[in-house]
Design a protein around this ligand. Sequence first.
Ligand code: MLC
Ligand code: AMP
Length: 528
Amino acid sequence: MKQPSNNANLFCALRAAFPPDLDQTAVETTSPQGEPLLYTWRDLDHASARIANLLASLKLPAGSRVAVQVEKSVEAMLLYLATLRAGYVFLPLNTAYQSGEMEYFVGNAEPAVVVCTPGNFGWVSKIAFKAGTQHVFTLGDDRTGSLLDRAAHQADDHQPVDKAGDDLAAILYTSGTTGRSKGAMLTHGNLLSNAVTLKDYWGWTATGGPDGRGDVLIHELPIFHVHGLFVAIHAALLNGSKMIWLAKFDPKAVLAAMPRATVFMGVPTLYVRLLAEPGLNKDATKNMRLFIAGSAPLLIETFNAWRERTGHTILERYGMSETIMLTSNPYGADARYGGQSERRGGTVGFPLPGVGLRVVDDAGKALPVGEIGNIQVQGPSVFKGYWRMPEKTKEEFSADGWFKTGDVGKVDERGYVSIVGRSKDLIISGGYNVYPAEIESAINDMPDVAESAVVGVPHPDFGEVGVAVVIAKPGAKLDGETILAQLKSQLANFKIPKRCFVATELPRNTMGKVQKNLLREQHKGLFV
Ligand code: MLC
Ligand code: AMP
């Protein structure tokens, strides 16, 4: 593959980082039947070229979206790389989304190509064709489906399409601070700049480690969000590092991989579940270099327990779909902060190099060190805006161009940032975002419901889970279990409140606004 020097296509930078010996193993995984599978760097190059050539053969308009709702597999990652390579826009979707949710995403994004699982082809293709999609392919987690069948006839070399840093690479749907899910538009420049920063800040190395070939990543997160798709995959590829690829998080499989690995990234729930494994100890983790946590607050108890059991100090970082990674605890001494190298539990560390972070009051005035307020950010990884929502995009930026994260926090005198809450009404459950307004609206549409409120309460496994409080219409009878069963047929499973109470009224303030803080207080002991 020829490398044009001025092509800002992210794929070019990732491909340039492949090791010189393309016959080395790049990904180690198992088939759904449990047989070992190895992919070399050459396999990644050739297979992504074939899929890119297939996409190119479709002669799609520039900027076309490729929407993907498939189970995790190496081929699903290759489809991501192929989409970058072919110059189109990747749009990953959670496999838990049901038809109503898919109808919204596909209708909103109008993808030219949709890729779904063979089992979902019937209903997904119906939604896609209705929205004007021309091409629907299937991809199974066992390498079956029309995408690979068609790609098999394509050439295994492909010249990455020329892109500018400002060109779109991906759209990630996120609830943002308010309103329905919005597509955060991320550019090739956003993704590459963040990946380069993290590779450097987290000390990724291409030599040493268990097999002398440098870092080895355990990849066990889903690949439809920033954490698993961008932070994890980009870091490994940009360092030419092998990945031990698990289709699903399984604490025993992670423990078994640790002697052959050096880096692990997870949401806090994964750390809680690993701590429940008796085999987790200093010996089991002795080859590991770095444990990174993020996507939701890591409890100080988990941070301390991990250090006690393994001798490793988890490095917590903070980010968002709209911005990729923003802050990180230091890996080594950070010269910008007087050489401080301590990873402090309960904080998300320092703004990453190139990131501006400020804490402001509700009027937008900067607050002094130590005071709690709204976190605003700017930098090269901050997204281009919400897909087809210029007004909403404008609202989410300050007049002087800083992005309003919707997170509430402070910066201490040593420069460490802490997140203490959220101004956005959002529940983060096991690292997934649940937007209460969406659940309330689904409950309120039920015929006997007058109104409802959904709040987040502490949970030992998921960190936080939703609880619904529902009021019946006069004379109507409601039952919490029936409401939950009905929601299950409409919404992704992780969004379903874990409990549903029927009450006679919702607490309100003098302005008539529901006091969610009182409901949270009332139900905070349900699971802990
Ligand atoms: C599963 N369930 C959840 C849930 N995950 N409930 C609440 N919150 C969750 N996160 C429920 C299901 O509905 C189901 O309930 C039951 O648990 C079992 O489902 P499962 O699919 O078998 O669960 P499991 O495999 O155990 O999944 C748990 C998990 C998963 C923690 C491994 O949620 C996960 O992979 N989370 C990571 C999310 C992530 O990658 N976030 C990054 C976002 S990026 P029932 O009743 O139907 O049986 C981001 C930016 C940043 O935030 O900073 O990184
Ligand atoms: P998402 O929209 O899925 O990208 O989720 C982003 C949100 O996750 C942020 O706005 C934060 O509220 C939250 N988040 C991410 N990392 C952390 C962290 N380390 N601590 C607390 N909250 C976090």
